[in-house]
Design a protein around this ligand. Structure first.
Ligand code: BGC
Length: 750
């Protein structure tokens, strides 16, 4: 059975704004883009100033003081939206309108307050960053911090209080329409990226929102699907990035997923939200629903939802008037009738206020910056470091501009823009350098460049013929192929239907490489693509992701060797769809509204290792224009509590002719565990930049948790005494060094 996709309304909403009958104060919506003014009460002396306005007081005291001054109606006004992306002001108390914004790869353009159409503003441009799949492929945590910083600075300058990113969901199937917005298939790498991204955002007095908690792993049927998995899988694969977001990054807001988990809607699943997130992890911030992801007052109130956003009238695409939101009038009536204790409402508002105080909404805030050269340079740097060289036979790349007289650039993606037109991930950008523009600007007038579309979403005849002619006449052909953000490709709300390139691109690439054996394929796409139809013939393939507004420049610099590629894959690329676990076990997209994650822990490379399946390209793989040698592994024992249990040290040397960067990946393997474990689990990595001939010692610390598995019987993380193989390699299938570490004591951490 196939599910209908997306609960999201693209249609203009028929809506009449009715002021709440029960007295909620709707503040006038602040002019879009204007940062909120610091709230001061005119004429008040410092002595009369209420405690909550005193920045020197501890946050919890300020929260309690303000909460104590709010009427029940004012409190209710803070737990549901009053426009697409706001909650209302309480002018009497100086509480400003709170602005939320998408999204993970740049501050979204403003939409109309009550519909999804562009607000038509002229000052809502933002830096369009490479997609999150690109960021993760850098394996560079400093860049994740820098990325978050750009988003934080730009949100602030645009007057936003909460930015709806990052996405910490795991890539379970390569078909998922939002793979490009995800950090990949591995929980450890995902968690590291998530933490640094959030820290970068939140240093700017803006709250990050980690989403979609937990298990939005496909778009197909996301609004109705009920997913389930065994407890270990939940704890070891799908929760760690969220857990790290809460415990390490101190994220201030969490968005519940559209999906259901064990029969409860994720945004108010008692188990996920009350027991795990707020209970076990002690999350002090606020939980919001995804847009229209709330379906009942009682369950939402009791299940831990703190803020309801974007609710639609069930069965239609029309949005409810805001006073009809589940956490609006019905909640108030329930409070008044005694159905719900006020303490439940207070808890929700307290969380909301905590976020406001933590982000200094009532105090002096950081000013932010928007569309600056520095922010754009960060976008370019990340794009450059993210590109993954998948194949490079006969040193086809880098191209030597002084030796090439003519170049055929082929493909719609050479000229196509990808920033706008998305759901939550679209960005209105000042410019977007396309691959063709980047290449032309890089080589100047020294080379004869012909462009030929070759394939197009709109179709058309003789495109291939013309591309073949261009390729034949050129020294080198570059096909800029891949996907785009159309429905059933890299798009929210729908999954892909297969792994193939669309629009006849396989045929195009086959013909072009036949005409010119010096053909390079560049892939603009988020997820794995099936390459079998042409991979053996094409000498060089570069995965460029969606590289953001400076992407064309970044790409040209990689192609012509100004930058040595150092990205590595964050997902396994299967040779065919049926090789990947969810499909091999026929557990996608679910049956009769339910989906059990049968593969359990064996997600991504864990499955390919366990079943001994040869992937097209393994997790962690990526070539360079230089070569690296690994040597001298040492395991240095550390203390046993509150620090590394052991640190793995080894030397990495650049043995080639060019400067470059290498990502060293550390996997552990437990010998004879008491519960079955994957053969390999990523538990550390580091990226090192080396000049030709240079050698550096790298160290990767491992704490207790790195050795632990989750034991459902003991409800805790068990690091078992015994032998562990510590493997360091250039990919999950290219282990260069290995040694055994003996953990002497078993511990259980709750
Ligand atoms: C998406 C969220 C996004 C929200 C607001 C939803 O459809 O799933 O990721 O933040 O819309 O645009």
């Amino acid at each position: 059975m196939k599910f209908i996709s997306s609960t999201r309304c693209r249609l203009p909403r028929v809506f009449s704004l009715v002021l709440l009958g029960f007295g909620t104060v709707f503040g006038t919506l602040r002019a879009q883009n204007q940062p909120p003014q610091d709230q001061v009460h005119p004429g008040q002396s410092p002595q009369e100033r209420p405690l909550y306005q005193d920045a020197s007081q501890p946050v919890d005291k300020r929260v309690e003081d303000l909460l104590g001054r709010m009427t029940v109606e004012e409190k209710i006004s803070q737990v549901h939206a009053d426009s697409k992306f706001t909650t209302p002001a309480i002018p009497r108390l100086g509480v400003p309108v709170r602005w939320l914004t998408d999204g993970p790869q740049g501050v979204r353009e403003d939409v109309g307050p009550y519909n999804w159409r562009s607000a038509g503003h002229t000052d809502d441009f933002a830096t369009y960053m490479p997609s999150l799949c690109a960021l993760a492929s850098t394996w560079n945590l400093d860049l994740a911090t820098a990325y978050g910083n750009v988003l934080g600075r730009e949100s602030r300058k645009r007057g936003k209080d909460i930015i709806l990113g990052p996405i910490a969901d795991i890539v379970r199937t390569p078909l998922c329409g939002r793979v490009y917005e995800y950090f990949g298939e591995d929980p450890f790498l995902n968690a590291r990226m998530t933490v640094n991204y959030i820290q970068g955002v939140q240093t700017n007095d803006v709250a990050a929102c980690v989403k979609h908690f937990a298990g939005n792993n496909q778009e197909n049927g996301r609004g109705i699907i009920n997913m389930d998995m065994d407890e270990r899988t939940l704890r070891e694969i799908y929760l760690p990035p969220f857990e790290a977001a809460v415990k390490e990054a101190g994220v201030w807001t969490v968005m519940g997923a559209y999906t259901k988990f064990r029969g409860e809607h994720c945004a108010y699943s008692d188990y996920l939200i009350n027991k795990i997130l707020k209970g076990e992890w002690g999350f002090p911030g606020l939980v919001m629903s995804d847009w229209s992801g709330t379906y009942s007052t009682r369950e939402a109130v009791l299940g831990g939802l703190d803020l309801e956003m974007g609710t639609l009238i069930t069965g239609t695409e029309r949005e409810r008037p805001y006073e009809d939101y589940y956490l609006a009038r019905q909640f108030l009536e329930g409070i008044r009738s005694g159905e719900y204790p006020v303490s439940l409402l207070d808890d929700k508002v307290r969380r909301s206020l905590r976020v406001m105080f933590a982000t200094h909404v009532f105090d002096t805030r950081k000013p932010g910056s928007l569309n600056t050269p520095a922010n754009q340079a960060t976008a370019q740097r990340i794009a450059e470091e993210s590109m993954v060289l998948l194949k490079n036979e006969g040193a086809t790349l880098p191209l030597d501009a002084s030796q090439i007289k003519s170049l055929a650039v082929i493909g719609e993606n050479a000229v196509r823009h990808h920033a706008t037109g998305l759901f939550g991930a679209g960005v209105k950008t000042m410019h977007e350098i396309t691959p063709l523009e980047g290449i032309v600007q890089r080589v100047g007038t020294n080379m004869n460049i012909t462009y030929s579309v070759g394939y197009s979403q709109r179709g058309g005849s003789s495109m291939i013929e013309r591309a073949v002619t261009a390729a034949k006449q050129a020294d080198v052909a570059i096909v800029i192929a891949g996907l785009n953000h159309s429905r059933y490709l890299d798009d929210e709300g729908w999954d892909r239907t297969n792994l193939s390139l669309p629009y006849g691109q396989d045929e195009l690439i086959q013909q072009v490489v036949k005409a010119n054996p010096r053909t390079i394929v560049v892939l603009i796409a988020g997820p794995a693509i099936e390459m079998d139809p042409w991979l053996a013939q094409v000498p060089a393939v570069l995965q460029a992701w969606y590289p953001g507004m400076e992407g064309g420049h970044a790409l040209a610099r990689v192609l012509f060797g100004d930058v040595n590629p150092s990205g590595k894959l964050t997902c396994t690329y299967p040779k065919q769809l049926m090789d990947s676990p969810a499909h091999a076990l026929d557990t996608y997209p679910g049956t009769n509204g339910t989906l059990f994650y049968k593969e359990g822990l064996l997600v991504g490379y864990r499955w390919f290792d366990a079943k001994n399946i040869e992937p097209e390209f393994p997790f962690g793989f990526g070539l360079s224009y230089t070569t690296f040698e690994y040597s001298n592994l040492k395991l240095v024992a550390g203390q046993d509590t509150n620090g590394p249990v052991v640190t793995a040290e080894c030397d990495i040397a650049n043995t080639g002719q060019r400067a470059g960067a290498e990502v060293a990946e550390l996997y552990i393997h437990q010998d004879n565990p008491s519960l079955p474990r994957p053969l390999k689990e990523l538990k550390g990595f580091t990226k090192v930049f080396l000049k030709p001939g240079e050698k550096e010692m790298v160290s990767i610390p491992l704490d207790r948790r790195a050795f632990a598995f989750y034991d459902p019987a003991r409800k805790g993380w068990v690091a078992e005494a015994g032998d562990f193989k510590i493997q360091i390699g250039a990919s999950s299938r290219d282990i260069r060094l290995q040694d055994t570490f003996h953990l002497s004591q078993t511990t259980v951490e709750k």
